[in-house]
Design a protein. Structure first.
Length: 372
């Protein structure tokens, strides 16, 4: 890619530093007046809370250490987990599983019996206690807004976010401990989500599926929702280290390639993607665009995609770089997004600095460095 390496490295460092010190948004009073309708969930802001935005943020730091083959952020990660465990963990659900993906790998770098046991207990909890939809899908149970010990059941619903937030962790644990039940359950969830969320006409993913309604809610192709698959599915396949059944692997990769081909056609002139992918009147959104760019670049690096996708990825990286403020804040990031019945729901979601916006940008820039 024809991108200035120094700019890439400088902005990557700024984004990482901002993530590690990310606090509440300056306009919190203004945002909270809109409530959930605009995606205001107080737990989502900053880096300190144990939930999915922070979990994705931690994963970004972990992957940078792996890319650079050093342990520069390991003390930060260790302190984060130790402090949260000491303070008391929130309810177990799909979204609060996200930090465990990083913890499962942290214990390999810095052995800790308490961390390891927590990971094993949580994996068992997913198998035995997590509510299921019809046909055994992981029900997308989330934290209750304003009550960290409560849950929102989202009865009989599967959401595309689950693949990144929970299935990656379960698969990581299954492969790590050679637990066939965990591995097979993770694979079951991947296939279930592809079956019910992937649109055969476009190759894109719907946000969710309801067995109660027997439909995909508003049938919306949400940018960040799609990006969880674009980014996470290659990490999923890599965890098998070549041992995934060849036919199943081909099915998953074909799904990824069909989705990416569709995304390439929908990329905005700026290089970003719209928050409703096929609605150019919806705002362009950076966190989903960063995850898509990272997923495309990784596909190229692994030889799954050909070089015809490089121009698409380069345009996205340039656009992402242009939306990093001088202090490292990643701009144009949409807030937490519940299930919507129409495009307007997604268009009305607030814009604010979020841990996952920082993290997904980190992943995209770090992957871009491997292509220079």
């Amino acid at each position: 890619m024809n991108i200035n390496e120094q700019e890439l490295r400088t902005k990557l460092k700024l984004v990482i530093d901002k993530l590690m010190h990310l606090g509440e948004p300056e306009n919190e009073d203004e945002l909270k007046d809109g409530g959930e309708a605009i995606g205001f969930f107080k737990r989502d802001f900053g880096i300190q809370e144990w939930d999915w935005p922070q979990g994705v943020g931690l994963y970004g730091l972990l992957k940078v250490m792996q890319y650079e083959n050093d342990l520069r952020y390991i003390d930060f990660l260790d302190d984060w987990f130790r402090n949260n465990i000491a303070a008391g963990l929130p309810s177990r659900n799909i979204n609060t599983t996200a930090p465990l993906l990083t913890l499962a790998e942290l214990v390999d770098m810095r052995p800790n019996a308490e961390y390891e046991q927590l990971c094993k207990d949580w994996a068992n909890w997913l198998m035995v206690c997590l509510p299921r939809t019809q046909q055994g899908g992981f029900q997308h149970v989330t934290s209750a807004n304003g009550d960290r010990m409560g849950v929102r059941l989202n009865e009989n619903e599967m959401w595309v976010d689950t693949l990144f937030m929970t299935v990656l962790f379960l698969n990581k644990m299954g492969n790590k401990y050679q637990n066939a039940q965990w591995v097979e359950e993770g694979l079951h969830q991947v296939l279930m989500h592809i079956k019910y969320l992937c649109d055969n006409k476009t190759g894109l993913f719907f946000h969710g599926w309801s067995f109660n309604r027997m439909d995909n809610f508003g049938g919306i192709f949400w940018c960040r929702g799609n990006s969880w698959f674009t980014l996470g599915i290659l990490d999923y396949v890599e965890m098998f280290k070549g041992k995934l059944n060849a036919g199943v692997k081909q099915f998953i990769i074909d799904t990824y390639k069909a989705q990416v081909a569709a995304l390439k056609k929908l990329q905005a002139e700026s290089g970003l993607w719209h928050t409703v992918l096929d609605d150019p009147t919806s705002y362009e959104e950076v966190s989903g665009s960063a995850a898509i760019a990272c997923g495309i670049l990784k596909g190229i690096r692994l030889g799954i995609l050909d070089d015809s996708y490089l121009e698409c990825a380069e345009r996205a990286i340039r656009a992402i770089l242009a939306h990093i403020a001088a202090d490292g804040t990643v701009q144009k990031v949409s807030g937490g997004t519940g299930m919507g019945m129409n495009a307007e729901h997604y268009k009305n979601i607030l814009i604010a600095p979020m841990a996952y916006g920082q993290s997904l940008t980190i992943l995209a820039l770090a992957e871009a460095l491997l292509h220079l």
